[in-house]
Write a protein that binds this ligand. Structure first.
Ligand code: ATP
Length: 286
């Protein structure tokens, strides 16, 4: 069997709402997500080592069972009962980690799709999603990609028309956020302000770029921004350079701006890159 390399795309949240808390402790969410052109390379190479091993070009990423890509491979072989003679997974990481961009989940999704291709199991997307959700609520979205309304714990997906194309400047300030800590502050979804999800969906259906930009909203942003002034600062720079909208993605801290004009996006990229090394100029993945 030959090696397979797959692109694992990052996601951003155009909105994020926490709507409740289940008896098992999981929070329910309602969020609009989109894939962007920033991606990791995930290469799967079968061998005869009788082990599943992983290498990665970033030393801070775990290479053992803590890595979601390894766990996805183990899950695939356990579920299919295929005898794994050995597999090596190599990750070329471009997506910042612990950033609200689903970096680990998208690698896991790429492993599930890659192994499905390699072993000819030809599972439906639905079946792969059922497998993936056992490892993480964002994995079904990463398997599907595109513009989706995600509800439930994030696994109930409804396709929505893609946003009008825009230049996206993405900036991850130099601190990490603990996702469970942020959820703990969400008061079980009993929050004073929620995103206008219906308005956002309507704006996307109408191709209304301004309507989209005005409704970008993440209920977790204030919690993080109160403790870390970088979020507000990044948004100030994005808006002062001409962004039509800006918001934090996921549980943060990556914050992005949408721009119609390429020159404005480039100016924001240059300005933020001087302060934050993890700054990217990207676009929606179509
Ligand atoms: P989400 O948006 O789903 O909350 P995230 O972007 O905040 O995801 P990840 O990039 O998935 O977070 O990383 C969270 C932690 O998961 C990291 O600190 C890292 O140690 C661990 N991890 C496990 N597997 C991976 C992987 N393949 N790539 C990156 N991080 C991984």
């Amino acid at each position: 069997m030959e090696s397979i390399t797959r692109k694992a795309y990052a996601k951003i949240n155009l909105s994020l709402d926490v709507t409740g808390k289940l008896p098992n402790g999981y929070h329910t969410v309602r969020m609009l997500m989109d894939s962007i052109t920033l991606y990791d390379d995930v290469t799967l190479t079968p061998n005869t080592s009788r082990c599943i091993t992983l290498s990665c070009d970033r030393s801070y990423i775990p290479t053992d069972d803590r890595n979601l890509a390894v766990r996805a491979a183990k899950l695939f072989f356990a579920e299919t009962k295929i005898d794994c003679a050995g597999l090596h997974i190599d990750l070329v990481k471009r997506i910042p980690a612990a950033a609200g961009l689903a970096g680990g989940s998208t690698d896991a999704a790429a492993v599930l799709k890659g192994l499905d291709q390699m072993y000819g199991t030809r599972f439906s997307l639905e079946k792969l999603c059922k497998m993936g959700v056992q490892l993480g609520a964002d994995i079904p979205y990463c398997l599907c990609g595109g513009t989706m309304l995600a509800e439930g714990i994030g696994e109930k997906l409804t396709p929505i028309p893609a946003p009008p194309q825009a230049h996206i400047v993405l900036c991850k300030p130099d601190f990490s956020v603990s996702t469970p800590d942020v959820y703990a502050k969400m008061n079980g979804g009993n929050l004073p302000v929620h995103p206008d999800t219906a308005g956002l969906v309507a704006a996307l259906r109408m191709g209304d770029y301004n309507g989209l930009c005005h409704r970008l909203y993440n209920v977790m942003e204030n919690v993080i921004a109160q403790k870390h002034e970088e979020i507000g600062h990044i948004k100030d720079v994005l808006f002062s350079c001409g962004a039509e909208g800006a918001v934090m993605s996921g549980s943060g801290p990556t914050t992005f701006g949408l721009f119609r004009r390429e020159e404005a996006a480039k100016a924001a990229y240059e300005a933020l890159r001087r302060e934050f090394t993890e700054t990217y100029l990207t676009a929606f993945q179509v």
